[in-house]
Unconditional design. Structure first.
Length: 472
């Protein structure tokens, strides 16, 4: 039986796409950076169908590219041209399987949209804290596979902290049922951690048990001006001392980043009267509806103002104003897209080294590329920065983009020297494959290859992503 007919027999007409026009959106990422040529997209309806498709691919030695909402930034869910890969899309598997409010857990299939998980949790008076710009289309399998972070990692952690159990179809088609909701389980290796952040290279996540939290009833939000990143880090320590774990968001924004939003996003307004070189978006929340959280934040910022830690601040007086402040932060990436191409970095260092990173990398880059524009923003509360560079003039910028490898080496060498990571939350995918090989400790690379070889000896699971193997 021809291979495609075999797949059709497994998933039926509703689960197989072969028409060239219909394949287009699956074969490219949302930024248009990566383009594949897969001739088949398989969309199974349940875990048994996933296992049957994987078994067919294993027997025929056909490589598989797992795909969810296709919102990734590093090309992990896009097939490589000329490699004969198929796309296995999980979007049809989008059911909420169980909620356990007493245990604070929610179990769902991998194709469930993140926003659906968030809204389901809210209906039960709970919070699922992962929040990212693409939450209206990103799917749980993808955010688990990339160990997504978002704006609340400071308090709640990344997906590694939010996943309690997984169901995974292994490369040989066996189904590992790790759907457990235990907070304490000391019975051996924590196997789920192998698949979180593996970007589909070790198996296909089909379901997950997610950890929930009490739903906050009060939040306090402010847009704060600071002179330097060092002042921002000092402010972070000050606010953590004053508010403890009620501090949930602490986002650093450079003036050029804000200005790009003001220039390109309709309805945007500068929260402060005078421009500042740097800003911080601060958010606190509390489950106590009678909490005096706004007063805590206001008093804390007044203390910071008197000590010249900050230069100005605007406190949101309503939920509408708070949302408007977050819109400024969340629209930076879209404003960058409208402005044109930039050289992007998703990096992390210890929080204390954030000022050193910005100062050292920027100084080296400005010396070699005069007139560059730094678009620096991110979750400085957990050490994660989006450190992006461009030139204001489009012609000059096109020439600057050609120096991407040189720019990357300057930035990533600085990150490495400061004990950081070249990928904080976006993953490796195709984009950083060579960079990982350059910076990762050789022992770590050997261990990663050993795990890959053990689980996927024929290199059929998302080959060419995350890790160079001997079969490529």
């Amino acid at each position: 039986m021809p291979f495609i007919e075999h797949l059709l027999g497994i998933v039926g007409p509703a689960g197989l796409i072969t028409e060239p026009d219909a394949l287009t959106s699956y074969n490219k990422d949302w930024r248009g950076r990566y383009h594949g040529d897969a001739k088949v997209v398989v969309k199974p309806a349940n875990t048994s169908e996933v296992a049957a498709v994987v078994r067919a691919c294993h027997e025929a030695r056909v490589p598989i590219v797992p795909q969810g909402g296709n919102t990734g930034l590093c090309g992990a869910s896009i097939p490589r041209p000329g490699q004969g890969e198929i796309i296995l899309n999980l979007s049809r598997m989008n059911r909420i399987l169980a909620t356990d409010w007493d245990n604070d857990t929610l179990t769902c299939e991998a194709g469930t949209i993140l926003a659906t998980v968030q809204s389901t949790a809210r209906q039960g008076g709970r919070l699922f804290p992962l929040s990212i710009a693409s939450e209206g289309s990103a799917e749980i399998g993808g955010v688990v596979s990339t160990n997504a972070g978002g704006t609340a990692v400071l308090r709640y952690g990344s997906m590694r902290n939010l996943v309690m159990g997984l169901e995974v179809v292994l490369p040989d088609s066996r189904i590992w049922n790790g759907i457990r909701s235990l907070r304490k389980d000391n019975s051996g290796y924590d196997l789920k951690q192998w698949f979180i952040g593996a970007e589909g290279t070790l198996g296909i996540i089909t379901a997950a048990v997610l950890r929930l939290f009490p739903l906050p009833r009060v939040r306090a939000t402010a847009w704060v001006a600071v002179k330097t990143p060092r002042a921002a880090v000092n402010l972070l320590g000050h606010l953590k001392t004053r508010s403890g774990d009620r501090l949930t968001g602490f986002e650093l924004v450079s003036r050029p980043s804000l200005q790009m939003v003001l220039d390109h996003i309709s309805g945007s307004h500068d929260p402060l009267q005078q421009p500042s070189p740097w800003y911080v978006l601060v958010e606190m929340d509390d489950t106590d509806p009678d909490s005096e959280l706004h007063a805590v934040l206001e008093d804390s910022l007044n203390e910071a103002l008197r000590s010249e830690m900050i230069t100005d601040a605007a406190l949101a007086q309503s939920e509408i104003q708070a949302d408007a402040l977050w819109v400024l932060r969340e629209n930076i990436s879209e404003a960058q897209r409208l402005e044109g191409i930039s050289i992007k970095h998703d990096i992390s260092v210890p929080v204390s080294r954030i000022p050193d990173l910005i100062e050292e990398a920027t100084e080296r880059l400005e010396a070699q590329f005069p007139g560059i524009r730094l678009l620096c923003f991110g979750h400085v509360g957990d050490g994660n920065l989006h450190y992006n560079l461009s030139k204001p003039n489009r012609l000059e910028n096109s020439k600057f983009i050609q120096q991407t490898l040189t720019v990357n080496r300057i930035v990533h060498d600085t990150v490495d020297r400061l004990g950081g990571s070249i990928s904080a939350e976006h993953g490796i995918g195709q984009l950083k494959l060579d960079e990982l090989a350059h910076y990762k400790n050789p022992v770590e690379l050997d261990l990663m290859r050993s795990i890959k070889q053990t689980l996927d000896p024929f290199n059929l699971m998302n080959p060419g992503k995350v890790l160079h193997t001997t079969k490529e």
